[in-house]
Design a binder for this molecule. Sequence first.
Ligand code: PHE
Length: 538
Amino acid sequence: MRDRISSPGLTRRQFLLRMARYGGGAVLGSMFALDLFAREDRFHLPVSGRAPADKNNRVIILGGGVAGLCAAYELGKLGYHCTILEARSRPGGRNWTIRRGTEETEIGNSRQVCTFDEGQFLNAGPMRIAHHHTTTLGYCRELGIPLTVFSNFNEGAYIVRAGYPKLRIREVLADMSGYTAELLAKVIKRGELDQALTTADREKFIEYLRAEGRLNPQLIYPHSGDNSELTEERGHTRGYTQSPGAVGGLGAPTVPLDLEVLVKAGYASSLDFMKDYNQQPTMLTPVGGMDRIAYGFAEKLGGVIRYNCLVNEIRRTGSGGVRVGYVDGNEGGIARELEGDYCVCALPPNLLRKLPGDFAPATAAALRDAIPSSAGKIGLQFKRRFWEEDDDIYGGSSKTDDPIGQIYYPFDNYGSSGKGVVVGYYHFGEAKGLLDDQVPAVRERLALAQGAKIHPQYPAEFENSFSVAWHRVPHNESPWTLWKDGATFDAAQKILRAADGPFYFTGDWTSDLVGWQAGAFVAAQRTVQAIHARTQAG
Ligand code: PHE
């Protein structure tokens, strides 16, 4: 059973559909409905009252990822005495920024030490924040973390399909909307949509389609490459081989691809991702690395976080509290115990369920339904920012049907003559075997070979790399949690979002925003609220 569920073998498309189904952002809507957010403040917890002074105020938090950190921070504000037990020597969990000197040995793999230059980094986990992820952005504001734009989408980046010409994303978008508009305009002109539209509206819609698809007065997308009268007025959206104005005149526009080739190559298939609610511009990211958020919390929490403490037992006590066993690595691996009134389990479910724990049978069953997955990233340091200098690409991502899937360009130091770290691949599990289950040197070789098909400058400019395969990272063993289907997800969430005696469960995997820090934050806030409501009730 475990074997079957632990290798779901999802395609990128299936993955995205699932994340859309179980991670559609519904939780924010429902929290508004439950009025968990104050009307005037969409971010802070609408809680009042203080933790009891003499009882029920000791909370043990397992895991110092962003959910655990947030829970400790908010509980601390209310007067609870929290202790975070964190296995690593750093805060943040998957919120992990790789810099010069970062060391990591994945399970069953060779050790890596990052040799990026000072100032260069790779956000191995989260790298982008949606502009409507109010909780994540609220904490950045509260913690004083400067943000910059994460350019998620760049029309100037490339799109590559084996056996077909390398295009700029703008060329695919222009051609797809041009042909779609042309076909639709013709249908409307012939009166085939009469029931839906009045004559006047029909004309208006055709006007819209002409602008959308850059159609000529005959309602044809000018695939001959002739730059119809729209060119002068608004420019040629598809781009130029020679830009207008450089030597005078209108420039030399690029020529559309035939519709048949366009469709056959499947260029458009990777572009719908950018339309997702959670991926739309403007996206943001902390200046200098995503881990600014983790360290921002850690600074506020100080001694609340006990690093190098590996939890190995989670028990109920006779008095209704908890006793957590752990190995304290700070003193050479001493076995210790900690007692508390409540325990917030903010560990990944795939690891939590392996620990001896006094969970109710229904809780244990819900934890068993969680399916760990895989995802990987590599950071490639180049000595020259050739994507900017040679290719006019500033941020965003290029797409390919090779296993590397996509390349993300740096969102910082635009236009500098220095180096840059490119995300050489980021896949959602499709390249588990081909990339993630290889030693780092092989991943690097494959990333370079496949990336060079998009950027021939790769071999001459490459310096060093660092790669992460999340299913092999100790203390995570998965990038995010999947569920068999919607019904299983709903049933598990119903159990996991309620207290199991002194135990609470939190993290993105207990939210509707799986795979997002915003999910971890809304879940942590929910947990804090539940604990506080319980102590206030007596
Ligand atoms: N939040 C992550 C990302 O944007 C993972 C994710 C991808 C989650 C797609 C949901 C959908 O890359």
